[in-house]
Write a protein that binds this ligand. Sequence first.
Ligand code: TRP
Length: 455
Amino acid sequence: MTEKRQSIHGEWTSRWAFILAATGAAVGLGNIWKFPYIAGINGGGAFVLIYLACVLIIGIPLMMTEVLIGRRGRQNPAGTMRSLAKDTGRSKHWQWIGAIGILSSFIILSYYCVIAGWAMNYIFRAASGAFHHASASQINHIFQHFVANPWKLLFWHSMVMLVTIFLVIRGVKGGLELAARFMFPAMLGLLIVLVIYATTTNHFIQGLTFLFKPDFSKLNSTSALSALGHAFFTLSLATGSIMMYGAYLPKKASITRAAIYIAIADTFVALLAGVAIFPIVFANGLQPSAGPGLIFQTLPIAFGQMPYGSLFASLFFLMLVFAAITSTISLLEPSVAWLIETFRISRLRASLYAGFGIWILGLGTIFSFNILENVKIFGMTIFDNLDYLTANIMMPLGGLLTVFFAAWLMRRSDVLEELGISDRLLFRAWYFAIRYLTPLAILLIFLNFVGIIQF
Ligand code: TRP
């Protein structure tokens, strides 16, 4: 029975198509916008170290697990979990892991599109020469003035949402492969230009020190949890995105190698972004803990001082939008697949319904930067709450339950067969990780957070 499952949405054309699409889903605002700003808020080095450890111990094994579950179930995350639970005679309530994942992707997308909208606006702003030789305070003023205007944010949020819906309606494969193929090298090239600029700021070493020298005194109980949450976020885990992409993966492709490539590419981009940004922060007397506006307040300074800076800046934000769109698509897909499979409606209608719901929820994030800026729930803005709830609670919990399911409830032989690792040692290492290491690491960070243990 399990052998014959087919996805009703089609399959990737090749293993590389999957790797490209999954890398596209992984690399996005998380790497370039979010990583630097949360590393900044959490004091740098020590946070980065925990994040890297989480990618290795939790991220890679979980990504393999999700792809294998997705490929075995071949449906939306909730449907997949239900089928696999049934295969081994477990309760159908396991489908809730999938459902929580779908809900997380829904929530994340609502704010993700708002930030991608900022980047889209910056393509045009940069092209108009607004950053040319502008001072740090002028650039800060431009940013503050922009986010204070809810109508502008709404307009750009809507643009990103429309592009995403359009691409998802066309099906996963359509323009996505092409976009990922050309976007990724261009993005890397521009990041390297920024890193070279950063070496000329006289604060390069200070930036590197901030990013890589662990100072554990700067960690507090939430920073370790944020590092864990970010490892999930940046690799697109525990929300059904990767499970969904796994559902479209041809049978023969090697899951292990794919997961490793994706994690390396993703981490590399994040570290490059950090190396580019922090020297600029220090050279201009800015605060690393500036928050979500960090890249919008720092990178334009660098571009403004470079020859052809307006062109480079415009291209950079264009690539950032591409990178974001390859992620927004992966965030919309689980909700759409769920609607299609549950209510038997067309892809067109499913994409419109889900897109509309997400668009509305996005208003909460838009207003967090202006009219509702001072409305705090649990001491945080609406945007911060949505981010906290998904990255620090829903995703770690979903990830924990997912590895638990694969490690302890699925048959070992099924798992082995689906993963297809011919190398027994590698299989054992992975299996050991998902049975003990990964869940333990997640639990430790949680327990530390709630204060039951202290490190
Ligand atoms: N990983 C993407 C980024 O870093 C965002 C993303 C795409 C995502 N799909 C996801 C985050 C699923 C969480 C879950 O920009």
